[in-house]
Design a protein around this ligand. Structure first.
Ligand SMILES: *[C@@H]1O[C@H](CO)[C@@H](O)[C@H](O)[C@H]1NC(C)=O
Ligand SMILES: [Fe+2]
Length: 455
């Protein structure tokens, strides 16, 4: 790359409005913060009630960023500080590409919610162990010191997003549920009928991903498995655990929780038609075989995951099935559909970086940044991948549309009608909400959510 103009010229197809927005705003602190809520990875930010010991941010460092003479300690008390910690990536050695060692960091990012309800990064440390070679970068540093720090964070975020939140927690997880369903339920079982439409093409797309995109023993995935708990897969619990219930302008949460409730109501309606009492759940040996396989093979018989090993209550079954359908449809849409919008413009989500992170301040220039970006052919490879993965397929089936007539009984058919009605209304509501937004949040509009992990 000799200038930013070169990067603009690499993609000559039709850019989406969101892509153009990203290209225009990628350097802005408010947009950097916005992406933790409504970008393709809204899964990592949490409220900060105490600074981690390995992130020694001082009052002096952030004084300029915290307007109105408030202190960092006060703002932590007020619930206005947020943290993103990429500790999962610590110790991961990046690949060698085109004969050059690549670099991936495990940053810590401190963010502040301002009085105008924007979220801005106010301190970035690129490596986990504090020290003289690991400065804490600040918005008051030189333009390229601060920008380069943010670029390293964006690259770390892209790796964590693709391997953990996209691949592992939607694709591979849905595959576990699909396999257990195919192996344990006969086709006449009501849960087979309920679930199968949500696994359409999942085995096929994962087979393709294995052969073309992912390595066999990826270390990032191995580490990410440790954080894979049942409660983190249930959106209401995950949002609460991260302390994000009241954060403003958080459309992933607003739309996701609404859809969680709509799906739960539908699942409950169908399940209660077949399981009138808890004893019916206990007695269903095919269902018990299903959850045992999910626990044994999907979660390595790890009790700390909180994944049930059997079902005894109808309500527990409803919750689990809600999570399964939500993961395959809503959650996948949230982390999949915006890939081209947010990662098409490479500087916003570099697929790889080929210079080590800066160890001192005051050394970086535009030239350093351009040399740090991945090679043109690596960039093009990443661009082609996110373009393909974001593309809606020709035979796409939206959430709640059941084309293969699994159910023929009256009650489930009524519940499906009701589901479709509620999704239609919500689709309309998000359309209206989006009119007001500079960057509309479209990924969880029911018409854009696919029934299954298929891309
Ligand atoms: C990609 O670009 C780099 C740097 O320009 C070059 O060294 C390498 O040979 C290229 N690789 C391929 C596969 O064309
Ligand atoms: Fe996907």
């Amino acid at each position: 790359w000799t200038s930013m103009k070169d990067i603009d010229r690499v993609f000559c197809g039709q850019k989406t409005d969101a892509y153009k927005y990203v290209e225009e705003h990628w350097k802005e602190d408010t947009f950097f913060g916005y992406q933790y809520l409504n970008g393709i990875n809204p899964m990592m930010i949490r409220r900060c009630s105490k600074l981690p010991d390995n992130f020694p941010v001082t009052e002096t460092m952030v004084k300029a960023s915290l307007q109105e003479q408030r202190s960092l300690a006060e703002e932590i008390q007020n619930g206005n500080m947020f943290l993103v910690d990429y500790k999962n990536l610590d110790g991961v050695t990046a690949n060698v590409i085109n004969g050059k060692q690549q670099y991936l960091t495990a940053p810590l990012v401190l963010l502040h919610k301002n009085t105008d309800d924007t979220l801005k990064p106010i301190a970035i440390q690129l490596k986990q162990t504090p020290g003289d070679d690991n400065p804490i970068f600040l918005p008051t540093d030189s333009e390229y010191d601060w920008l380069l720090a943010k670029i390293f964070v964006r690259a770390a975020d892209f790796a964590e997003h693709e391997l953990n939140f996209h691949l592992l927690r939607t694709h591979l997880l849905s595959e576990v549920f699909a396999m257990a369903t195919l192996r344990n339920f006969p086709m006449v079982h009501p849960l087979y009928k309920l679930l199968m439409p949500h696994f359409r093409y999942t085995l096929q797309i994962d087979t393709l991903a294995r052969s073309q995109l992912i390595s066999k023993h990826g270390i990032i995935n191995t580490k990410a498995v440790a954080s894979l708990t049942y409660s983190s897969l249930c959106m209401p619990e995950d949002i609460a655990a991260r302390g994000l219930e009241s954060l403003p302008n958080f459309y992933y949460r607003d739309d996701g929780l609404k859809l969680w409730n709509i799906i739960q109501k539908y699942v409950q309606g169908v399940v209660e038609n077949y399981y009138c009492q808890d004893a019916d759940v206990v007695k269903d040996s095919e269902l018990q075989g299903w959850i045992t396989e999910v626990y044994d093979h999907g979660f390595n018989k790890e009790p700390n995951t909180g994944i049930p090993q059997s079902f005894t209550l109808v309500t527990d079954l409803v919750k689990f099935l809600t999570m399964v359908i939500f993961t395959a449809s809503v959650q996948h849409a949230a982390v999949n559909n915006g890939q081209f919008d947010f990662a098409g413009w490479m500087p916003n989500a570099p697929i790889s970086l080929q210079k080590p992170p800066p160890t001192t301040k005051g050394q970086s220039t535009e030239k350093t940044m351009l040399e740090t970006f991945p090679d043109i052919n690596v960039t093009v490879h990443g661009l082609a991948t996110v373009y393909l993965l974001s593309k809606q397929s020709d035979d796409y089936v939206p959430l709640g549309k059941y084309t293969d007539d699994q159910f023929i009984e009256k009650i489930p058919l009524e519940k499906i009608k009701q589901l479709q009605k509620e999704l239609n209304i919500f689709n309309y509501e998000t359309k209206i909400r989006n009119v007001e937004l500079p960057l509309p949040y479209t990924y969880l509009m029911p018409e854009h959510v696919e029934n299954s992990v298929a891309t």
